[in-house]
Write a protein of this length. Sequence first.
Length: 105
Amino acid sequence: MQKVQEHKHSFDPEDWPFDFDENVGVVTTKFVMNDEQPIVEVLHWKDGDWQFMCNTTDDADDGMVVCMGCLFTKFPWIAEFKDLKPGYLAYLDNKQWLVEPIDEM
Ligand SMILES: [Zn+2]
């Protein structure tokens, strides 16, 4: 897990739901950060990396690394993925989050 430069967040540290540092870098897309697209897929890779994807783009130029603390500040509801195990993904299907193993080649 790579870290971004350490900085403070506005939430109460007691509200931090995850068991890793809040300055961990995670992958999302600029559409998610610009509120243009919702997060519809969350991947927690076996190596510990996280991705929060809108699945509207395959273009690497649309991807961006943000800090998990900043993402949580913007989307507090991602706390619900704190128990998503490494090697699993959650995806939105008809307004329900379904979890399944990531099919890694
Ligand atoms: Zn941050």
